[in-house]
Design a protein around this ligand. Structure first.
Ligand SMILES: [Zn+2]
Ligand SMILES: [Zn+2]
Length: 347
């Protein structure tokens, strides 16, 4: 079978690999669609660790890809709830099951947390083997394309659920990449009244408008926080930080109203400073979420009901052979791209 394997920084090879087979409590999935994520891009630009992950059980290099849907083609011993032919989305988290966080059910905060597609072979391959616990059935109303978007949508949906947002609130979203756009959709579904999106690219902001932003602000403008405060009649209740930079964090804090919250979804590459005087004066809080837990069924249900239009963030669909030039390189060079989906199957 064909797979896109990351050997080192900028060395992603589409190559022939042996088809995997399902072990006990595992299934073999024919991958239908797989999305390219910001963390895949980061791995592509900087390379991955050279040691095996404690829960991955596999020596690198790996096939990337952790946002994918597929059809089960084979089940291993002890699989009880799924059968060949089932349409599924995969929740790709690896966790130990017995650390402090896991014992409380908070598996996304596991001390050893990892991901299929970053810490063992993932979905940029014709076939992948995953554990039965990672599977979520897709109803007929949810397409395989939408199925590949359940994972990133779960990141945004979980952050919105964990945030202080109440129906009728005003929110600001910093960053209009795929996670920012999915956060916009999730906040809209949760009943936010004003949805203000900030990004450096007018093309991305145009997309945000199409998806329901009530106002957009280009990040190159002066006095961004002042504009947000004016648009939201005194500041937003929640600012979602989906950009991960000092300037966006500073503006997120400055745009809050009294009692507001900065909910961080971005991965920060370096520490940022926060004006604690403002946090104190506003009795605001700054918090973060990592991935998601216990929300895949709800996200799938919202998509099935037409209340979370995740397919609207797809900007391009390609085959596995095009993944380097038309996928990864395109995402680095072309800010218009939001989510690019890859179809590994030859048929
Ligand atoms: Zn991702
Ligand atoms: Zn654990």
């Amino acid at each position: 079978m064909q797979a896109a394997v990351l050997y080192s920084a900028k060395d992603l090879r589409v190559e022939q690999r042996q088809e995997p087979s399902a072990g006990a409590k595992q299934v073999k999935v024919k991958v239908e669609w797989a999305g390219i994520c910001g963390s895949d891009l980061h791995a592509y630009l900087h390379g991955l660790a050279l040691e095996a992950h404690p829960l991955g059980g596999q020596q690198p290099p790996f096939a990337l890809g952790h946002e994918f849907s597929g059809t089960i083609v084979e089940v291993g011993d002890g699989v009880t709830k799924y059968a060949a032919g089932d349409r599924v989305a995969i929740e790709p988290l690896l966790y130990c099951g017995d650390c402090y966080a896991c014992s409380r059910g908070d598996y996304n905060q596991c001390m050893k947390v990892g991901f299929v597609g970053l810490h063992r072979d993932g979905g940029f391959a014709e076939y992948v083997v995953v554990d039965e616990y990672m599977l979520h059935r897709l109803p007929d109303e949810v397409s395989f394309e939408e199925g590949a978007l359940i994972e990133p949508a779960a990141v945004s949906f979980y952050a919105v659920r964990e945030s202080k947002l109440k129906a009728g609130d005003s929110v600001a979203i910093f960053g209009a990449g795929p996670i920012g756009l999915l956060t916009l959709l999730a906040a809209k579904a949760a009943g936010a009244m004003k949805l203000i999106v900030v990004d450096l690219s007018d093309e991305r902001l145009q997309k945000a408008k199409e998806l329901g932003a009530t106002a957009v602000i280009n990040g190159n403008e002066e006095n961004i926080a002042g504009k947000i405060i004016a648009l939201s009649n005194g500041g937003v209740n929640v600012a979602y930080e989906c950009a991960g930079a000092q300037a966006t964090m500073t503006n997120a804090v400055a745009s809050l109203r009294q009692g507001g919250q900065v909910m961080t979804l971005a991965v920060f590459m370096k520490p940022v400073s926060i004006d604690m005087g403002q946090i104190m004066f506003k009795a605001a809080d700054v918090t973060a979420t990592l991935a998601y837990r216990h929300v895949f069924p709800e996200v799938i249900g919202m998509v099935a009901a037409g209340r979370l239009d995740v397919k609207s963030v797809i900007t391009k669909k390609i085959g596995l052979n095009q993944i380097v030039e038309e996928g990864f390189e395109q995402l680095i060079q072309d800010v218009k791209q939001a989510k690019i989906l890859v179809r590994p199957s030859q048929d």
